[in-house]
Write a protein that binds this ligand. Structure first.
Ligand code: ZN
Length: 296
């Protein structure tokens, strides 16, 4: 089973404010995506998943309105997911400071219990201007544990000038993982520019998973991706917590991201690098995510 753990469903109506439009333009430009490729609904993502051979995509709703003018309601996301319940899984994360963090945790509970969301994501400390280890947001983590759902946290650079990098440092998650050992944390994007820090976080904390969303071949050379992945695997002592297909759709294409993972044996051979077993490759392509999502 091939699973994309980190995709988005960007509908044009989420981007009506000038600030949100500028956000979309900047993202699309950076990743070399056209407006036609950037926006779309459930039908479009399914068509693209079919082309790329992806069975299931986890689509993450974003609540960045307070700081970035960008909002996707959990109801809207749930309506799209319902059109293809066997192919799409919804995650939704609140901005803890749109209301009080306690009320945000209640909204998360509603999204999970009433709308069928299966996780909290994409939780965006840098997008919403707070540190992941800020004790005021702990009600969100407590709610994830209570609901027994994973949380995917953005840790990466972003081209938006309004998103402070200081909030994206993966080491902030050290406190969170220590304080909440039962919280299933997905450290997104391999920690962006702080890959080494992220790898050590994932080594230390067995409740931490990593994805490499956005590291598609349009952004990072496949060999460079592979050597980074080997670094995580070596430090973590396993590849079972590496959640492989991560397109950050629509920013990278399903097919190219799947093909890169499938080409790892060839890259290892050509470059004389350590090899991954077939089981590890199928794990990274989807089996690891399936276990986390309780699909197997
Ligand atoms: Zn992200």
């Amino acid at each position: 089973m091939i699973i994309d753990i980190h995709a988005h469903l960007m509908k044009y109506e989420h981007y009506l404010t000038p600030q949100a439009k500028a956000f979309a333009e900047q993202m699309a430009k950076t990743f070399g995506v056209t407006p036609e490729e950037y926006f779309g609904d459930a039908d479009k993502i399914i068509k693209d998943m079919n082309e790329g051979g992806v069975d299931i995509a986890v689509v993450h709703g974003v609540d960045f309105e307070r700081t970035q003018g960008l909002y996707q309601s959990p109801e809207d996301l749930a309506n799209e997911v319902k059109k293809y319940p066997d192919r799409l899984i919804g995650f939704w994360a609140p901005d803890p400071f749109r209301t009080t963090p306690y009320e945000a945790a209640q909204r998360l509970e509603y999204a999970v219990k009433e709308l069928g969301m299966k996780g909290c994501g994409e939780f965006g400390p840098p997008y919403c201007h707070f540190y992941a280890n800020d004790e005021r947001v702990f009600p969100i983590y407590e709610k994830c544990i209570e609901l027994d759902i994973p949380i995917l946290i953005h840790n990466n650079w972003t081209p938006e000038p309004t998103v402070p990098l200081k909030y994206a440092w993966p080491v902030w998650l050290d406190d969170v993982a220590m304080r909440f050992p039962k919280l299933k944390i997905i450290l997104a994007h391999f920690g962006g520019p702080w890959v080494t820090e992220a790898a050590y976080m994932a080594m230390k904390h067995k409740n931490m998973y990593v994805d490499f969303a956005g590291w598609g071949p349009n952004m990072v050379a496949p060999t460079s991706l592979y050597t980074t992945l080997l670094k995580f695997r070596s430090l973590m002592g396993t590849s079972e917590r590496i959640l492989g297909v991560g397109t950050d759709y629509p920013l990278c294409k399903f097919k190219s991201c799947v093909d890169v993972i499938k080409s790892f044996p060839e890259i290892a051979e050509k470059r004389g690098l350590p090899k991954l077993s077939d089981k590890e490759i199928t794990g990274i392509l989807g089996d690891n995510a399936a276990k986390l999502l309780k699909l197997q």
